[in-house]
Design a protein around this ligand. Structure first.
Ligand code: DLL
Length: 432
């Protein structure tokens, strides 16, 4: 089943023609309305008219998270604010968040793209869809919510957390599709078991999961516990949010919405395309966005383009599941965290040494992060009260900075391993 079969099953040649036309109009739009892009293009002596084929895309400069930060908050918007009807944001490397905007048309496009992904995952207007993503600046909840409404499904905006209540709602409201991070879905399964609620007490049939990497082993575990068919969907705020790509029922890779996004896979060192089928960094150009167009955005996400057609009939190329990143961004409890954010907080707290380590574990379904911080002797051998106060201060400041709670442990000076080369700041014990 398709949401927009004319688009999702488009003839390749026709698709490429459409992509080229949309690319040209995107480039014209950014060149005339976003000084950042104009400057970038001018520096390379390129005008939008020079792009006569899709291959010419490779001549354009990349856009990075740092560019977004430098133009915080609205510098890369291509329309006046009066045309922006929604603003979302995601965390950034320096604590300065990345702000993204949508026109009314963008919201319509976004809803349609998410509707495609939900449909591919099995959802129809007869479904009751429970959204267990946090509603707020994060694109996950609103993106999936609007897509599910677009289909005509009954949407329950449950938001995240309060798992027992979440399960009660699922049972009483006869939820048929769960939308969340995969790790939260696993927690729901485990909590059901603790509550003594069998899967037969629920009406669940489908699960649509994304926003963090997960493995096939985890998929099987979730499917077994919840009695559902689970599909993966991918996206990022800078590009639109969820809705970039998603699996169909074949679950052999994620179909990219290629009539809205041009996807390249590059070698992150050489910055050149990798041979077809090889893994590299995804670089995405938006083709239809009005408020916040993106030209060659470096996602830092690792994936590959899969060869051959999919038995489902969709012609959009598929990408393999995103397994990791090329930078040091961590995803803890579904929230993007950069070690540099932690470092900055620690540097501001008197008495800490510039040595720390982040240990991430998965207890049951949930991520648990502990920050080990070296402190000077005067504190380490001091009274318990001062140590406790310090742990408390660090914990609060980190929660404020990162948006998630982490444990903090003080350790004696020179306890943490030193390395000759790059410091090993992160110990990730999760088997993703
Ligand atoms: O996580 C958008 C989203 C929400 C996608 C809900 C799917 C479902 P950000 O908060 O900007 O946006 O984080 C984007 O999360 O660059 C990836 O590193 C990671 N990510 C997103 N989806 C997947 C996935 C949303 N299916 C960053 N598999 C991206 C692996 C994912 N990683």
């Amino acid at each position: 089943m398709y949401w927009e079969s004319d688009k999702e099953c488009m003839d390749r040649e026709e698709l490429e023609q459409l992509q080229l036309e949309q690319l040209q109009s995107t480039l014209n739009r950014v060149y005339s309305h976003v000084p950042f892009y104009r400057k970038q293009f001018d520096a390379l002596g390129i005008t939008p008219e020079d792009v006569g084929s899709l291959d010419d895309l490779a001549r354009l400069p990349f856009t990075t998270k740092a560019d977004l930060r430098d133009n915080y908050p609205y510098g890369l918007f291509a329309v006046p604010m009066r045309e922006v009807v929604r603003i979302h944001a995601s965390s950034g490397t320096t604590g300065a968040v990345t702000v993204v905007g949508y026109t009314r048309n963008d919201i319509r496009t976004w809803s349609n793209l998410v509707a495609r992904i939900l449909t591919a995952g099995g959802v129809t207007k007869d479904d009751v869809v429970q959204i267990a993503f946090g509603y707020g600046l994060f694109t996950g909840a609103f993106g999936l919510h609007y897509g599910a409404e677009r289909i005509g499904a009954s949407v329950i905006p449950a938001s995240s957390g309060n798992t027992t209540r979440q399960i009660q709602i699922m049972k009483d409201f006869k939820t048929t599709a769960l939308v969340s991070t995969p790790s939260y879905a696993l927690l729901v399964g485990e909590t059901m078991q603790e509550m003594g609620i069998p899967v037969s007490a629920l009406s669940l049939r489908y699960g649509l999961f994304g926003a963090e990497p997960w493995s096939d082993a985890m998929r099987q575990e979730i499917e077994g516990r919840l009695g559902i068919v689970a599909t993966d969907n991918y996206g990022l705020s800078e590009v639109i949010g969820p809705g970039v790509s998603g699996e169909c029922q074949e679950r052999q890779g994620l179909h990219i919405n290629e009539d809205h996004f041009l996807v390249e896979v590059i070698d992150p060192e050489k910055l050149r395309p990798v041979p077809p089928g090889e893994t590299g960094e995804l670089v995405i150009t938006s083709l239809t966005k009005e408020a916040f167009p993106m030209v060659r955005y470096r996602t830092h996400d690792l994936s590959s383009l899969l060869p051959g057609p999919c038995p489902c009939g969709r012609t959009g190329r598929r990408m393999s599941r995103v397994t990791g990143r090329t930078d040091d961004m961590l995803i803890i409890k579904g929230v993007n965290v950069f070690p540099s954010q932690i470092e900055r907080v620690l540097f501001e707290i008197e008495g800490t040494e510039p040595h720390y380590q982040i240990v991430i574990d998965r207890k049951g379904a949930m991520d648990e992060a502990t920050v080990l911080v070296e402190v000077g002797e005067s504190i380490f051998f001091d009274q318990m009260r001062r140590q406790r106060e310090m742990v408390d201060t660090i914990r609060k400041r980190l929660a404020h900075e990162l948006g998630i709670s982490v444990d903090v442990k003080l350790v004696e000076k020179k306890t943490l391993g030193r390395s000759e080369g790059k410091a090993k700041r992160v110990i990730d014990n999760r088997k993703l």
